[in-house]
Design a binder for this molecule. Sequence first.
Ligand code: SF4
Length: 189
Amino acid sequence: MVNEMNTNTNNDAGKPSGELEIPGVITTNSNAISEFLKKTKVQDIINWGRKNSLWFMTQPMGCCGVEMIATGCAHYDTDRFGIIPRNSPRQADVMIISGYVTKKYFPALKKVYEQMPSPKWVIAMGDCAISGGPFYESYSTVQNIDEIFPIDVYIPGCPPRPEALIQGFVELQKKITAKKDNAAMYGEA
Ligand code: SF4
């Protein structure tokens, strides 16, 4: 009787037949999760949580970095939106490329991005990050940063003010609201 119940439970979860069954333990797989996301409103809840807890890495680069720091301080108080400066990439969701990226700094920036858990987002802040700005084709800066990191939001300006960065976060929140996860994000494809 117990075995029969376990078999039914696993079939409900979309588990392929022939896999090891552990009594009392409900197992699932990425396809079952994918189906669950499609058939329920849980994706909206996940997106709601993600968009209201955007912790961003505090790694100022160029002069735009000063504006980024100001955005996270008391006057603009992004904490009220759940947008919180975070010093560890392990707990950060958003990387802000706040200005020019020098060739010397680039390996560290790449490492920070790789250490951030998925899903993660990238904001290009300022003309230097978007197109090179005054450092276009400079000998010391990395060009075409959008070909290296998957940029989600571009914020033009030299430098963009904190209000512009907050608007960038709002645009990112809209993007996250429309996000659909796929099975590959939960392990096997
Ligand atoms: S865009 Fe302007 S303010 Fe920002 S890092 Fe470049 S030169 Fe500085």
